[in-house]
Design a protein around this ligand. Structure first.
Ligand code: NAD
Length: 415
């Protein structure tokens, strides 16, 4: 992923003739934190875990980005994802920089109590490297509102009692009772569908009646399916880490979610669809493809089979460079990740603002603001693509890099 993100950055920097000094700054990450920390497991034995937090750039505001609990988390993955966050927050016009991190583990191997101890000890190990005005983590793969609540509680409990409530917004994506925002849970999937609505209006291709497939049935995959169904589209296939399911008449995402929740967050064994060969997933005949799992999933090996009109990148970095070239050659539109899944970080921004102002916002107003912000970003990406005669991924980068360049030019470099 790191190679992909750097190639994309270099290409955009060349096209827009980015200032050489700013280019040098943005080519590097500001801070890279690796922590090893011990946790006592339920069986009484001690295990030492490795956690990461990479802070890429904070020219526009505090670092912002998710924490991932997955076996593939390492320093390169954290770097790549942190860099993407810088572009994403800049593109959305948010006063944030970019960061990412996580712990290299498979959370399914640990009990809830163990995950709580792991999370709290990781938070303690990060110490003052995170903070509500410094670096604000959020959920990502295998982390959720509960984990954010443990982080907020640990971080604020290890500070002076007089600052406890000024520290709870050290993370976003918290549960409602712990200062969360109404609608943050669905913000990313809602945003994915907002970008698809903009795409549909631009291309004069109604979403109603379209068939779609989703890879990943976690937070992003489920909510995207939920909102696309409201537009009159039909979910015909879902793939997660446990199975690939198909039903040409349509899969009900609500029934699938209920099944998955009761089945350890796995979709296998769902009665409302048939299992199919995972290799045939990407070449299913459909109109919309939504990768909403991990990076590097659409590659030179499978991109040729995709006949959909559009790929909406719910995941971060789901399409590699070779896969992207094939999609473009075949005329498949790509709504790039830093635009497509930016609803999550926009929702996080509203949660942070709500906490800072000690307010409680209503879900309807949150979703209206979120839709407007993504629509604006989509329009900027389309107009910049026309200006530079580039694809939407490049133009999304250019919009983001222009903002960062302007900030550096106006503010200068200390000392
Ligand atoms: P999640 O943990 O809720 O769900 C991940 C899903 O991916 C699960 O269904 C899992 O089974 C599936 N998966 C894992 N490995 C797979 C594999 N090899 N093949 C097929 N499916 C696999 O995670 P999420 O929060 O929904 O995040 C999904 C993606 O969206 C990630 O790339 C993440 O960085 C990105 N993203 C998430 C948010 C957010 O707000 N949660 C925001 C922006 C981007």
């Amino acid at each position: 992923m790191y190679d992909v993100v750097m190639k994309q950055f270099e290409h955009a920097a060349d096209i827009m003739n980015l200032d050489p000094g700013v280019r040098k700054i943005l080519s590097k990450t500001n801070t890279e934190i690796v922590v090893h920390f011990p946790v006592r497991l339920d069986n009484g034995k001690i295990e030492v875990f490795t956690g990461y937090r990479v802070q890429h750039n904070n020219a526009l505001g505090p670092y912002k980005g998710g924490l991932r609990y997955h076996a593939t988390v390492d320093i390169d993955a954290a770097r790549a994802l942190a860099i993407w966050m810088t572009w994403k927050t800049a593109l959305a016009g948010l006063p944030y920089g970019g960061a990412k991190g996580g712990i290299q583990l498979n959370p399914k191997e640990y009990s809830k109590n163990e995950l709580e101890r792991i999370t709290r000890r990781f938070t303690y190990a990060l110490g003052d490297n995170i903070g509500p005005d410094l670096d604000i983590p959020a959920p990502d793969v295998n982390t959720n509102a509960q984990i954010m609540a443990w982080i907020a509680d640990t971080f604020s409990s290890t500070k002076s009692p007089s600052t406890r409530f000024a520290n709870l917004h050290v993370v976003t994506g918290k549960p409602m009772g712990a200062g969360g925002l109404a609608g943050r849970d669905r913000a990313t999937g809602f945003g994915v569908v907002s970008t698809l609505k903009s795409w549909s209006a631009l291309k004069k291709q109604p979403l109603k009646g379209m068939r779609f497939i989703v890879q990943g049935f976690g937070n992003v995959g489920y909510w995207t399916a939920h909102f696309l169904l409201k537009e009159g589209a039909t979910l015909i296939a879902v793939q997660d880490a446990s199975a690939t399911l198909y039903n040409e008449k349509g899969i009900d995402p609500e029934a699938l979610l209920a099944h998955s929740d009761a089945n350890g967050r796995n979709i296998n064994g769902f009665a409302g669809a048939q299992e199919m060969d995972p290799k045939a997933f990407w070449s299913l005949k459909c109109d919309i493809v939504v990768p909403a799992a991990l990076g590097n999933q659409i590659t030179e090996e499978n991109a040729g089979g995709i006949t959909a009109k559009v790929v909406a990148e719910g995941a971060n970095g789901p399409t590699n460079i070779g896969g992207e070239a094939i999609l473009r050659k075949n005329g498949v539109d790509i709504i790039p990740d830093i635009l497509c899944n930016s609803g999550g970080v926009i929702g996080s921004y509203y949660e942070w603002l709500q906490n800072k102002r000690s307010e409680i916002w209503k879900i309807d107003e949150v979703l209206v603001m979120l839709h407007d912000k993504i629509e604006t970003a989509f329009e900027q990406v389309v107009s910049t693509a026309n200006e530079f005669k580039v694809d939407w991924r490049m133009s999304a980068y250019i919009v983001a890099l222009r903002r960062l360049e302007t900030t550096y030019m106006e503010r200068g470099i200390f000392p």
